[in-house]
Ligand binder design. Structure first.
Ligand code: SF4
Ligand code: SF4
Length: 303
């Protein structure tokens, strides 16, 4: 059944809170010969279940940020006039020329570089900054690549790309045949970075009206990037009519529903214990996820 080519599965959802990470964590417990990656770098929480032991730590340079070199600033205010993000305030320390200088709020700076370009005194330092870290870790389920983005770090799409690239390297170095990615929710830059070029995407959908629209949006994104998408309906029994509507709609869009997972308090218990629901023992949700994984594995290895 297994082949040498690296398969890449991204678990995604149209928004946060659909149970995406719980399902990815269960896949970590069920899949063999794999590397796990957490590409939900803005709100990563897969590490809470996988309890990684960090083996390698790499700095992430996410882009440049402006800072005012106080000694050079002449207080002209040109930077504040030009900054579209209101990142400047006129409360910096005095220097030999002026009583007050300008100062940049690093959380407000979007790194566009305009102020540095137009400052008449070359008083804006615009250098690349370390805005996060990513890690290669060992876990009870095998290698795990994850990241931490500093507050206001931005550029999370670029960090996702770094995490993915590192995960592929680890898979290749260790002869692993599968990469399972806990992707970012939504349709923004981080999810595009986790999705583009992947072999398959599993969309975790909730049985609600907004869940249906979220599924549509993220499925359109997968289609745009040429990624084969599949659907899992999580907590399907909370709204059977809506579940049926999602199944029907998925079918009409050419999306196969690979499984449905029931609502089960065991999932919350597992989260509180830092375990995947599979490890907690027999439960209805664990059974559903096992069936789901079997179906996912079949489609992954069928090509
Ligand atoms: S444009 Fe340059 S010199 Fe003028 S206030 Fe801003 S940092 Fe200071
Ligand atoms: S780099 Fe752009 S966003 Fe940052 S302070 Fe300068 S003008 Fe504002």
């Amino acid at each position: 059944m297994k082949a040498n080519r690296l398969r890449e599965l991204v678990v995604i959802s149209g928004k946060g809170g659909t149970g995406k990470t719980s399902i990815a964590a269960s896949f970590a417990a069920l899949a063999e010969n794999k590397v796990m990656a957490d590409c939900d770098v803005d709100a990563s929480n897969l590490h809470l279940v996988l309890s990684p032991h960090i083996l390698e730590r790499r700095e992430f340079v996410g882009g440049s940020k402006a800072t005012v070199v106080t000694e050079k600033c002449v207080g002209c205010g040109r930077c504040a006039q030009l900054c579209r993000f209101d990142a400047f305030s006129f409360d910096g320390p005095a220097n030999d020329v002026v009583a007050k200088t300008y100062r940049v709020d690093p959380l407000a700076c979007e790194g566009c570089g305009v102020c540095a370009h137009f400052c008449p005194a070359s008083a804006v330092d615009f250098s690349p900054r370390v805005t996060g870290e990513y890690y290669v870790s060992a876990t009870r389920f095998g290698p795990f690549i994850h990241a931490r983005l500093g507050i206001g770090g931005g550029n999370s799409g670029k960090l996702v790309t770094a995490v993915r690239r590192e995960a592929v390297r680890v898979a290749e170095d260790n002869g692993l045949s599968l990469l399972i990615i806990d992707g970012a929710p939504g349709i923004g830059c981080p999810v595009i970075a986790s999705l583009a070029g992947a072999g398959a995407a599993l969309i975790i959908a909730e049985p609600t009206v907004s869940g249906l629209h979220d599924m549509e949006r993220v499925a359109a994104l997968a289609y745009h990037f040429g990624v084969q998408a599949y659907v899992c309906i999580n907590k399907h029994d909370l709204n059977p009519a809506m579940s049926k509507a999602i199944e029907r709609h998925a079918r009409e869009c050419g999306l196969a529903v690979l499984g449905k997972v029931c609502y089960d308090p065991a999932v919350t218990r597992a989260q509180m214990d830092g375990l995947s629901v599979i490890e907690l023992g027999a439960s209805n949700a664990a059974e559903d996820i096992r069936r789901l994984w079997n179906a996912v594995e079949r489609v992954l290895y069928s090509s």
